[in-house]
Design a protein around this ligand. Structure first.
Ligand code: 1GP
Length: 253
């Protein structure tokens, strides 16, 4: 299961560790909101952001994008429509395999084994509702094949990214996402800087069933259009939303 991507071309990434604009009507016109960040994120601030956005915009699809199971609780899972979880191709092993196996180990373990684990609230949920709860958590999780292309970003630091991919490697990662890993989303991440359309165009060549997202440095409608024209299904706008709501509004097509 996934949201209706045909309807989504503009995504806003809200950092729960940063303050939100006073007036959340600025989000009108965005098609999807993702709550996630790379610094100072907690279960509580994630939940606060999810609940505040839901209260103002009950109909906009809402994701939580945790990079650690410490951001996730029964409440955040309940508040979000989906959990989008990055698997970083050019990151360290922890961020492509280990963290995910650990997470699903916790989710899938017998309740008595996971109560008191790093995911106590998920443990309670499973203890109270059994296998159905495991099933419903799993169905809410969407894997994102991720390439982090800005080495100076916090996203690179927390994912163990030490080298960026060439355009050919980005294309290869996209092809692997579609034909080998089967992740529903491929994400070209330039967090904090505008990367231009090249990687997106290369990735788009190989993606039919996989959704292609681009994020990084988008501050204008022209940039949004350049990325969409290159073949992305949607742009993701982050910093600009927190820093300059008026400029952010102009990134919406
Ligand atoms: C960050 O891709 C998003 O994860 C958006 O990037 O903050 O640079 O807009 P910016």
């Amino acid at each position: 299961m996934s949201p209706d991507w045909e309807e989504i071309s503009h995504v806003t990434k809200v950092d729960p560790a940063e303050s939100l604009p006073e007036d959340l009507s600025v989000l009108e016109g965005t098609d999807l909101v993702i709550v996630g960040g790379s610094d100072g994120v907690t279960r509580q601030n994630s939940l606060n952001a999810l609940e505040r956005i839901r209260a103002h915009h009950p109909d906009v699809p809402l994701f939580q994008e945790p990079y650690s199971s410490s951001h996730v609780s029964e409440e955040t899972i309940g508040a979000a429509d989906f959990l989008s979880v990055p698997a970083v191709y050019n990151g360290d092993r922890e961020n492509f395999v280990a963290k995910h196996v650990d997470f699903f180990t916790e989710v899938g373990s017998k309740p008595e084994e996971i109560l008191g684990s790093g995911l106590p609230l998920v443990g309670d949920l499973i203890a109270s509702r059994g296998r159905d709860a495991i099933q419903s958590i799993s169905e809410k999780i969407l894997a994102e094949g991720y390439v982090v292309q800005n080495l100076d970003s916090k996203a690179a630091a927390v994912s163990g990214v030490e080298t960026t991919f060439t355009t050919e490697q980005v294309a290869g990662a996209a092809l692997a996402t579609e034909s080998f890993y089967g992740f529903p989303i491929f994400y070209v991440e330039y967090s904090g800087t505008y990367g231009g359309p090249e990687d997106v165009a290369a990735a788009a060549t190989y993606l039919d069933d996989t959704v292609l997202l681009y994020g990084g440095g988008i501050e204008s409608r022209e940039q949004t259009e350049e990325i969409l024209d290159a073949g992305a299904d949607a742009v993701v706008v982050g910093d600009c939303f927190h820093e300059d709501p008026e400029r952010y509004r102009r990134t919406i097509p």
